[in-house]
Design a protein around this ligand. Structure first.
Ligand SMILES: *Cc1c(COP(=O)(O)O)cnc(C)c1O
Length: 360
């Protein structure tokens, strides 16, 4: 494994005084991790340094053709004072799947995990401890060749930044209203939908603006070919409970394979619930809502963990799900996943990885 050179800041920033006002992704810690790639040396020279701007040539390829990959995960300060990561190897595996799809060189998994653990250990004092808060970890790779032709870059930077983030729900789970988009699409099979990359997000903005204007907080995407099958929500995967069976769209190449999605499937199976990963059409969903067979709906993703859905709108029909409140399994999944993450529920599945703070 590569040795990471650590340069500590001489001017530590003041930590946020009020952990109830952290919000999401607005504050960054004292340090960042940077590693360079070139064809001669491969990934080399990993460093942890004071958080600072990066200097790039204006012709750097990432600005023009969007060759970039990112990840998102969290570190938790647990009630017992320990620091835990949640299934980091799943994120690392997915990052390298994204890298392959985007023609970015893969990052050795052990160096990747060591980078995350070491950076979190250096900035361990920044992990908030108020219930529901965490340290968001954002690894990303950008293409840096100063060149305007279209081809994969030869040089890259791999960077990790950290942001203390607030509780997604300050006062318990809160059901969201979701807009089913039948005009714009996010991704198509054979495209980059299953890679975690900025291009998918820029493709989603126009529909998000439209949904917000209509009073909906999230967009549920349909497949890009027939606009008939359910795919996923903005930055979350989607689950339905129909007649006692948990149903979620199968991974088909255009859906992002969420770590939280995989964890929900594992837990539901563990609890003896039937789980189906399959195609589900919007017509089937509308029918299930009309007949009352649709018992629950929730989104899954690192930011909110579980987001209960209270209502769905498709074309001109608004479908309220049961009483529009929080479903039994939405709550149970939320309590169990967050319980494991924060050490309150025993981690019998071996999902957490502990980080030991570094001596100063
Ligand atoms: C990151 C992401 C998700 C959720 O993945 P998690 O690993 O559960 O956080 C779902 N959909 C999209 C488009 C995403 O980018």
């Amino acid at each position: 494994m590569q040795k990471i050179q650590i340069e500590r800041t001489t001017a530590p920033k003041a930590k946020p005084a009020d952990e109830s006002k952290l919000g999401f992704g607005k504050i960054f810690t004292d340090h960042m991790y940077v590693m360079e790639y070139n064809p001669e040396q491969g990934w080399h020279d990993p460093k942890i340094m004071p958080y600072q701007p990066i200097v790039l040539d204006p012709s750097a390829m990432v600005f023009h053709y969007g060759q970039e990959m990112f990840e998102g995960m969290k570190a938790y300060k647990c009630a017992d004072g320990r620091i835990r990561l949640f299934r980091p190897n799943k994120n690392i595996e997915r990052a390298n799947n994204s890298n392959r799809r985007l023609c970015i060189p893969e990052i050795p998994a052990d160096d990747f995990l060591n980078a995350i653990k070491t950076l979190v250990a250096v900035d361990a004092d920044w992990i908030p401890s108020r219930p529901g808060t965490s340290l968001y970890i954002r690894p990303f790779v950008i293409a840096t060749d100063p060149f305007l032709g279209v081809r994969p870059s030869n040089t890259y930077k791999f960077i990790i930044i950290l942001s203390p983030v607030g509780a997604y729900y300050e006062s318990g789970l809160d059901p969201v209203k979701i807009w089913i988009e039948d005009d714009y699409v996010r991704a198509v099979r054979g495209g980059i939908g299953e890679a975690k990359t900025g291009g998918n997000y820029v493709a989603s903005l126009a529909a998000q603006v439209k949904a917000h204007d209509e009073g909906y907080s999230q967009v549920l995407w349909l497949d890009g070919v027939e606009r008939k099958y359910i795919e996923e929500v903005g930055a979350m995967n989607i689950f339905f409970k129909i007649n006692g069976t948990v149903v979620t769209p199968m991974l088909n190449g255009s859906i992002l394979p969420g770590v939280t999605r995989a964890s929900c499937i594992d837990l539901c199976k563990h609890w003896g619930l039937p789980v189906e990963e399959r195609r589900i059409s919007v017509d089937e969903l509308v029918e299930a809502a009309r007949t009352g067979a649709l018992e629950e709906c929730w989104g899954s993703g690192t930011a909110a963990v579980i987001s209960p859905v209270g209502a769905l709108r498709y074309e001109n029909e608004v479908m309220q799900i049961k009483d529009g409140g929080i479903g039994e399994f939405s709550q149970k999944l939320y309590d169990t996943v967050t319980g494991i993450q924060t050490g309150k529920v025993e981690d019998t599945l071996g999902w957490t990885v502990e980080v030991t703070p570094l001596e100063k």
